[in-house]
Design a binder for this molecule. Structure first.
Ligand code: 4AD
Ligand code: MG
Length: 474
C-alpha cells in the first residue's frame, strides 16, 4: 500500500495499473450494489479502500459473511481515482481471496480502545493505527541511529547481555540462574520449560556455571575497551534494570544506544549527543511524515513544531550548581526539596526544561560526585565530576553521559572510596595502565527517545512487548 500511495501524488500516477494487495480487513461497509472494504498491510498508516461489486471473483465470501473485520485477504484489482474525499485513489477489485478467517471474538473491532486495554492485547495491538505508527517510527529511529554513527566513522560493537560487572554500581541487576538437572533422567515438568529431576525436585543452580552473573545494566564498560582500540564506537542493544519503579518512564528491559568517543572530553560528548538527537529527529520529520501527522493530531498536538525546534535550535547548557540555584529561586513548590548535593527528581528536571527554558532541551553538567557513578572523571574542584544529563520536556532525562576517569590513580582511589571490589575491575583498570586516553560517552534510552518523538505518555507503549513489574506475559 505504501508503494502505491506513498508517492508525492498519493497514487494518482498509478491509475490504470493492476496491483495485488495483501493485508488485514479494517472495516467493511456493505451497501446494496457495492461493498467498501478498508485493507491495511502495515506498510503505512493509510488503508487501501477496495471497492467490490458482485461481479468480482470471490464476492460470495463477502456476501456470505466469511470476510469480516480482522480477516486476512489477498485482493487484485485496478487502481482508479477515488470518488471520495478521504483518498486520491482506490482499488476496483476484480478478485478477492480469503486467506485467513477471523473469529467474531476479534478484540480490535472497537474504534477507540484505550491504550491501557491494548496493553493487555500486546499480540494484536500492532494492528491499530497508533501501534503500527509507533512501530514504524521506532524502526526509523533505529535506522537513523545506525546511519548517524556510521556516517560519522563510529564502529558498532556488540556488548554482552550476560555480565559479572555492575556498570552503574546501583545494584539494580537481575541475576542469571542456570537450570541444570542433577540427574540425566528428566521427567515431565509441572512448570513449562523447567526441567524436573527423577526425585521430583526442580534444580535451580543459583549462578552462571558456578560463577555469579547478571543481565547487563549498560554496555558502557565493554564499549570503553573497544573505544580504546578502535577510537569511536557505539553499542545498541537491550539492557535491564531491576528497579521496582512503576512509572511512565521506566522499564525493566529497555534498549540503550551507547557511543564512546576516544580522545574526547565532556564538551565533545555534549556536542555529539546534541548532533545525534537533532539528526534522528530530522530523520523522522522527513521520512515518517504520515505517522508524525497522526501523532500531531491524535497523541500530542503541536509535536511536529516542537520537534522542528529541537532539530534546529541550540540546546541550553548549565551546570548542576546553576540548576540548583535556579530551582531554589523559583516560587514553585516541589514534592522533593532541593539542596546542593541532591539528585534531581523528575519534577525538577521537568520544571527546568518545560518552564524555565520554554520546552527547549537542556544539558546539565558537572554533578556532585556523590550522586554519580564511579567511572566519571573528577573535576579540578574535587567535588564534582564531568557528567552530563540531557533533559527534554515531558520525559526529563533522555541521555546520561560523562567523561571517563582515565587516570589510573584517581580511578583506583574512587573504587576504594566506594568500597567496590577493585579486583573484579582488573580489566577495566588495564585500559588505564596501557595507553590510557581521555574518553567520553553517553547512553540514550531508546524507548524514552521513541516516547519523546511520538508524544506517547507511557513508555510501555513504545516497545512491542514491555517488561515492567508484573508484565512478562507475551
Ligand atoms: O543514566 P544511565 O543510567 O547511564 C548509563 O547507563 C551510562 N552507562 C550510559 C553511558 O554513559 N554510556 O542510563 C542512560 C539512559 C537514561 O538517560 C535513560 O534515558 C535510560 O538510559 N534509562 C531507562 N530507560 C527506560 N527504563 C529505565 N529503567 C531506564 N533507566 C535508564
Ligand atoms: Mg542517568
Amino acid at each position: 500500500i505504501a508503494d502505491v500511495k506513498g508517492g508525492p501524488n498519493e497514487g494518482l500516477d498509478r491509475v490504470g495499473q493492476t496491483v495485488v494487495v495483501m493485508g488485514w480487513v479494517r472495516t467493511l461497509r456493505l451497501q446494496s450494489s457495492v461493498t467498501f472494504m478498508e485493507v491495511n498491510d502495515g506498510s503505512c498508516l493509510s488503508n487501501m479502500q477496495c471497492v467490490l461489486n458482485p461481479e468480482a471473483e470471490g464476492y460470495d465470501q463477502v456476501d456470505s459473511g466469511s470476510i469480516v473485520t480482522g480477516a486476512s485477504v489477498c485482493v487484485q484489482g485496478t487502481i482508479v481515482e477515488s470518488q471520495g474525499s478521504k483518498q486520491k485513489v482506490e482499488l476496483k477489485v476484480n478478485k478477492i481471496v480469503l486467506v485467513g478467517q477471523s473469529d467474531p471474538s476479534y478484540p480490535m473491532q472497537k474504534k477507540r480502545a484505550t491504550r491501557e486495554f491494548l496493553r493487555t492485547k500486546a499480540h494484536l495491538r500492532p494492528r491499530t493505527n497508533t501501534f503500527s505508527a509507533v512501530a514504524r517510527v521506532r524502526n526509523a529511529l533505529a535506522y537513523a541511529t545506525h546511519k548517524f554513527f556510521q556516517e560519522n566513522g563510529f564502529v558498532w560493537v556488540s556488548s554482552p547481555i550476560i555480565t559479572a560487572s555492575d556498570c552503574e554500581g546501583a545494584g539494580e541487576q537481575f541475576c542469571v540462574t542456570t537450570l541444570i538437572p542433577s540427574s540425566q533422567e528428566v521427567t515431565d515438568s509441572p512448570v513449562d520449560g523447567i526441567p524436573k529431576t527423577k526425585d521430583g525436585l526442580i534444580d535451580w543452580s543459583q549462578d552462571f556455571f558456578g560463577k555469579p552473573a547478571f543481565l547487563t545494566v549498560s554496555g558502557q564498560l565493554n564499549a570503553e575497551t573497544y573505544a580504546t582500540a578502535l577510537s569511536d564506537v557505539y553499542t545498541f542493544g537491550p539492557t535491564f534494570r531491576a528497579e521496582n519503579s512503576n512509572t511512565s518512564r521506566h522499564l525493566a528491559e529497555f534498549w540503550m544506544i551507547e557511543p564512546e568517543l576516544a580522545f574526547a572530553d565532556l564538551n565533545d560528548d555534549m556536542a555529539c549527543a546534541t548532533a545525534y538527537l537533532q539528526y534522528v529527529v530530522r530523520h523522522i520529520l522527513e521520512n515518517c511524515k504520515e505517522d508524525m501527522e497522526f501523532f500531531n493530531t491524535w497523541i500530542e498536538k503541536g509535536i511536529i513544531d516542537r520537534l522542528t525546534d529541537v532539530a534546529e535550535k541550540e540546546f541550553v547548557q548549565l551546570t548542576y550548581t546553576d540548576a540548583v540555584e535556579l530551582l531554589l529561586k523559583t516560587n514553585k513548590k516541589f514534592e522533593f526539596p532541593v539542596a546542593w548535593g541532591c539528585d534531581l527528581q523528575s519534577e525538577h528536571e521537568r520544571y527546568i526544561t518545560e518552564e524555565a527554558f520554554g520546552g527547549c532541551p537542556v544539558i546539565i553538567r558537572d554533578y556532585p560526585k556523590e550522586i554519580k557513578a564511579f567511572y566519571m572523571r573528577q573535576n579540578d574542584d574535587g567535588k564534582t565530576v564531568a557528567a552530563m544529563d540531557l533533559l527534554v520536556p515531558r520525559i526529563g532525562e533522555l541521555v546520561g553521559g560523562s567523561q571517563r576517569e582515565e587516570r589510573l590513580g584517581y580511578l583506583e582511589y574512587r573504587l576504594e572510596e566506594l568500597k567496590l571490589n577493585k579486583e573484579s575491575y582488573w580489566w577495566y583498570l588495564d585500559l588505564r595502565r596501557y595507553g590510557s586516553v581521555p574518553h567520553a560517552g553517553f547512553g540514550v534510552g531508546f524507548e524514552r527517545l521513541v516516547q519523546f518523538a511520538t508524544g506517547l505518555e507511557n513508555i510501555r507503549d513504545t516497545i512491542p512487548f514491555p517488561r515492567s513489574p508484573g508484565s512478562a506475559e507475551f
